[in-house]
Structure formats: C-alpha cells, structure tokens
Design a protein. Structure first.
Length: 133
C-alpha cells in the first residue's frame, strides 16, 4: 500500500470520526425559546391552580351559604374569557342544574370561593348550561 493510499485512508477515517462526532453532539437547548423563565415559574407558583384551588370546590355566598360546586372551567374559542361551570341543586347528579359564572365574578375569600350577591335561589334560577355535542 502506498503512502498516498495510507494518507487517504487516514484522512477519510478522521473525516468520518469528526462527522460522526458532530452529528452525535447535541447543542444545549436555547433558553427562552419555549416554556417560561425561572422567575416566571416563581410568579406562576403563587397563582391559582384550577385543579388544586378551584375544581370541585364549593362556592359560597356572602352569608356563607353553599350555593354550588365548581364543576369545570371553560375558555371561549377566542381565549378571551373564562367561565366557571357551577353545579347547583340535586343529589348524586340527579336534578343537578349547571350554570355559567364569569370567572372574574368568583372571589377567593379565606381560602374559599365566594360569589358575592348570590343566593341559592338566584343561582338555581339562572339559565341551565349544556355542553355542545
């Protein structure tokens, strides 16, 4: 084997090794392109959790009477407004009446969800909410 052939084989081998190494090397993810920053995580952790703080929680009025239970949170298709679906009345799902309450009308008061100005009767008198098929 000639010196030129050996040199070519060595060059080709080094070239393949370098190409493979660069293909296997992964660039670290660019921070800030997806997700949120560490500071935003800290701020978010102080917010309401739909699952932990709102869903399936009782809703009370100013007289500390239970007027319903938050069954769901619905965001409009244009993502402009959020609504709470509050179930009222009924027992074990029988004769239950779901109503829609704009989320900004619900207030957190001493760790409880409060709907100022509501009564059991006024909530039951609201139009019933049914999910679209």
């Amino acid at each position: 084997m000639s010196v030129a052939s050996k040199t070519f084989i060595i060059a080709l081998t080094l070239s393949l090794i370098l190409t493979a190494a660069s293909a296997l090397a992964q660039a670290p993810p660019v921070v800030g392109t997806i997700g949120i920053t560490s500071e935003e995580v800290k701020t978010l952790a102080k917010g309401w959790s739909i699952k932990k703080d709102i869903l399936n929680k009782d809703v009370y009025n100013d007289a500390n009477e239970k007027v319903g239970v938050v069954e769901d949170i619905v965001v409009t298709p244009d993502k402009a407004l959020s609504y709470a679906i509050v179930g009222t009345g009924g027992f074990l799902g029988m004769a239950k009446h779901d109503v829609v309450i704009p989320i900004n009308q619900l207030k957190m008061k001493s760790g409880r969800i409060n709907l100022p100005g509501a009564t059991k009767e006024s909530v039951k008198a609201m139009p019933e909410f049914k999910y679209a098929d």
